[in-house]
Design a protein around this ligand. Structure first.
Ligand SMILES: NC(=O)c1ccc[n+]([C@@H]2O[C@H](COP(=O)([O-])OP(=O)(O)OC[C@H]3O[C@@H](n4cnc5c(N)ncnc54)[C@H](OP(=O)(O)O)[C@@H]3O)[C@@H](O)[C@H]2O)c1
Length: 245
């Protein structure tokens, strides 16, 4: 057990839940969040902790007041933040010519806007934590996507939101890196979670990237010195092209 603290959004399922399991094994205490409180209780109850604390709060990140409330909740429960892990995300597929703009807006609000809002609220705490950690500093890790790196048919809105997220991570490192706050986007192809169910008749779940692969990367990032800036990690699947989801 360390005295290091994380906040993980999208923690109830999929990649986020796997990252929670990994960071608990690494000794972190944390705040976990998603929209459904009982899912968070189930996650917390399924983990064996060695004295760490897991504070859980339901928040809908498409609502600005929930984003603020989540930041306030973390500030009430912990006096530091070493790892901000942003896994909450939504996506839907559809061709560009008729894609409903309200769906674009929803993805942008959850995948990008809430991230900037949350970071703004938590930056004072991250900066003060970085002062306490002259070697490691503080990390923001955001789940982007291969669709944010290279365009793919029918993923225009999702891809645009994830490209914006990669850019936002770069800006965090550029503006806050000298304070010891560094951001990394992780941009995987298809990962075997609920989110990729829609394509599993074409791409088998067994051939997809595993949530534990992403959790392993997050764990590695948490151990890097603050001298190592990692803007974006692209994770692809075996096959003839490296540049496709
Ligand atoms: N699976 C893939 O193939 C893949 C590939 C590349 C990138 N990603 C990205 O990786 C991240 C995690 O994806 P996943 O595959 O683990 O997806 P998932 O299994 O669908 O989980 C999504 C998580 O986000 C939460 N969430 C969704 N909408 C939310 C909202 N409005 N407010 C707060 N929380 C919300 C969900 O919890 P509730 O529904 O309970 O709120 C859940 O915990 C996402 O950002 C996704 O875009 C996934």
């Amino acid at each position: 057990v360390t005295d290091r603290v994380a906040l993980v959004t999208g923690a109830s399922r999929g990649i986020g839940r796997e990252i929670v399991y990994q960071l608990i094994r690494d000794g972190f205490s944390m705040t976990v969040s998603s929209r459904n409180q009982s899912d968070l209780e189930n996650v917390a109850e399924s983990i064996r902790v060695e004295g760490q604390r897991i504070a859980r709060m339901a928040a809908d990140l498409s609502a600005e007041e929930d984003v603020s409330a989540l930041a306030d909740f973390h500030l009430r429960h912990f006096d530091r933040l070493d790892m901000l892990v942003l896994c909450a995300g939504v996506g839907s597929a559809g061709s560009l010519d008729t894609y409903p703009i309200r769906k674009f807006d929803k993805q942008y609000v959850v995948n990008v806007r809430s991230v900037l809002l949350l970071i703004q609220r938590l930056l004072p705490l991250m900066r003060s934590t970085a002062e306490l950690e002259p070697d490691l500093g503080v990390r923001v890790v955001a789940l982007s996507s291969m669709a944010g790196v290279i365009a793919e048919s029918d993923l225009s809105a999702y891809g645009a939101s994830k490209a914006a997220l990669i850019s936002l991570c770069q800006s965090i490192s550029v503006e806050e890196g000298l304070h010891g706050v560094l951001a990394t986007a992780i941009s995987p192809g298809y990962v075997d979670t609920d989110m990729s169910n829609w394509i599993k008749d074409r791409i088998g779940a067994a051939s997809m990237i595993r949530p534990s692969d992403i959790a392993t990367l997050v764990s590695a990032i948490s151990r890097l010195s603050r001298n190592a800036v990692v803007p974006n990690i692209v994770v692809t699947r075996p096959g003839e092209s490296l540049w496709r989801a």
